[in-house]
Design a protein around this ligand. Structure first.
Ligand code: MV4
Length: 504
């Protein structure tokens, strides 16, 4: 049984996994790139090894080197986190072949869900609803697709079989424009995945993106931990997630049906470890399997907050061959959790990545607040990896309490040195549509503008003065406890009044 775990990742998720290992009394090994010598995960681990130059392909994607380091350091298991090697079945297989444990699903399950057409066919056979579309798992020619399209009906979507995350996806309104869009989708898929195969699905408009977290052990026990609402995203990057979903709300029957279907989808590929089933939910509450993510997800903390289950510790227990110690009937969702992804990017300039040294930062704390971060003052945010620098998660007994807490926490949060999307989150949570829970996957891109949201909000010369004081204070290394609330245009009292009017 392994006593030492290598974490094949960086940033906040590497730190998150290191913490779980620490709590379980396991020794830890970090790996890092030349850009991450000063990173928090390197400092936090018991040992750390250099992988290579900053670009991912020379460092965090070097599966061969990572396995070599695991063997050399005496680690008995590898946790891949999310991104990088997490959903590469060849890497998972190589880890097993080296005699190590992979803290994740079996290579066969990763592969079965990695090909989206195979996944569709597999879960359909298990009685899981999918959006009407092409069937089977073989490669389809343009001629075949053009013949099948009118049977499915327009509008429809061309999707890449190797896809996920929206790459190689094209909406088609009619048969005439389809040949061109097929060529474009195949070209994009080929460039992104080295696989130009595509399939078709009827386009579901105005849908929400709701996903179910599952846990499965080696003994065939599968449980679900309820849903997460993930509709607030931009260009297929999620920005804010919550659990429960305001759309599912107190429709316990819908939640249990979606949960049972998610369990069935996992069982269809003999799934072991933590995973997530993504659903599209239409206005009439019909839900359809989209894809399964065979990894730990960025937004897992909102599920942890409402269920009290430590998903990463469960992953490790499962990989150690233990049986699930939670039964479905013992899992309850209690209260409400919201996560804001804090990205180093400029919401006033098309969400352009922002790089540089974190000069100062002041983290929100206090009741119901959790911050998972991989950065600290002095760390340099580089352009080599994604722009997620921290996750701000709040918990409240109701959605209203969680929103007010997020509002308070976003006001407390100070990051100096890089631009962040904190103002975007402040505008989102103050928007009437968010408050009312009335948003779909199109909301951010089609109905939301920072400029419009900012309007009517007073400009704040005090912020400059406050920041100057704060910076001066920290530079002299006195303990600064200045947390002065912004003069936001809406007082919390007015805000609560607004909330209550909407929810009468
Ligand atoms: C869809 C859809 C509508 N109809 N499939 C986007 C990424 C990939 N995981 C699947 N996606 C979608 N598939 C059908 N048949 C709309 C989307 C979609 C979407 C899904 C989830 C979250 C955000 C989205 C944003 C745009 C489109």
């Amino acid at each position: 049984m392994f006593k030492k775990v290598l974490i094949a990742n960086r940033g906040e998720i590497a730190v998150r996994i290191l913490r779980a290992c620490r709590e379980l009394g396991l020794e830890t090994v970090a790996v890092f790139s030349e850009a991450d010598r000063q990173a928090l995960h390197v400092r936090y681990a018991d040992e750390a090894y250099l992988l290579g130059p900053a670009p991912s392909r020379d460092s965090y994607l070097r599966g061969d080197k990572i396995i070599e380091i695991a063997k050399k350091s005496g680690a008995g298991a590898i946790h891949p986190g999310y991104g990088f090697l997490a959903e590469r079945s060849d890497f998972a297989q190589a880890v097993l072949d080296a005699g190590l444990a992979f803290i994740g699903p079996k290579p066969s399950a990763i592969a079965a869900m990695g090909d989206k057409a195979v996944a569709r066919a597999t879960v359909t056979a298990a009685g899981v609803p999918v959006v009407p579309g092409t069937e089977g798992e073989g490669a389809l020619s343009d001629d075949e697709l053009l013949r099948l399209a009118p049977e499915i009906g327009f509008p429809l979507l061309i999707k890449a079989t190797a896809g996920g995350g929206g790459k190689g996806m094209r909406a088609v309104r009619n048969l005439e424009e389809m040949p061109e869009l097929l060529t474009a989708a195949r070209r994009e898929a080929e460039a992104a995945f080295g696989d130009g195969n595509v399939y078709l699905e009827k386009l579901v408009e105005g849908a929400r993106h709701i996903e179910i977290q599952i846990l499965a052990d080696e003994f065939g026990h599968v449980v679900h931990l309820g849903e997460r609402e993930c509709s607030l995203q931009r260009r297929h990057q999620k920005l804010l997630e919550e659990s429960p979903s305001p759309f599912v709300g107190d429709d316990e029957e819908l939640r249990q049906r979606m949960g049972a279907v998610a369990v069935r989808a996992a069982q269809a590929v003999d799934y072991v470890n933590a995973g997530t089933i993504e659903f599209l939910v239409d206005r009439d509450k019909n839900f359809y399997f989209l894809e399964m993510n065979t990894r730990l997800q960025v937004e897992h903390p909102v599920t942890e907050a409402v269920t009290g289950v430590d998903i990463v510790k469960e992953q490790i227990r499962i990989a150690r061959g233990r049986s699930l110690n939670i039964k479905q009937e013992d899992i309850r969702m209690d209260g409400w959790a919201i996560e804001c992804r804090i990205n180093a990017e400029d919401p006033y300039n098309n969400f352009m990545p922002s790089t540089g040294e974190i000069a100062h930062s002041l983290l929100p704390t206090g009741p119901g607040v959790r911050v998972d971060t991989g950065v600290y003052p002095g760390f340099v945010v580089s352009p080599y990896y994604d722009s997620l620098i921290s996750k701000l998660i709040v918990y409240g007994s109701t959605r209203a309490e969680a929103i007010l807490r997020m509002r308070r926490a976003l006001e407390e949060y100070r990051i100096v040195g890089v631009r962040t999307n904190i103002p975007f989150h402040q505008n989102i949570i103050d928007s009437h549509r968010f408050m009312a829970g009335q948003f779909d996957t199109q909301f951010v891109e089609q109905r939301f503008s920072m400029e419009a949201a900012d309007r009517g909000r007073e400009t704040l010369p005090e912020i400059a003065a406050l920041m100057a004081t704060l910076v001066a204070h920290q530079q002299t290394e006195r303990s600064a406890h200045i947390i002065q609330r912004n003069e936001r245009d809406t007082s919390n009292w007015k805000w609560i009044g607004r909330w209550e009017r909407i929810h009468r």
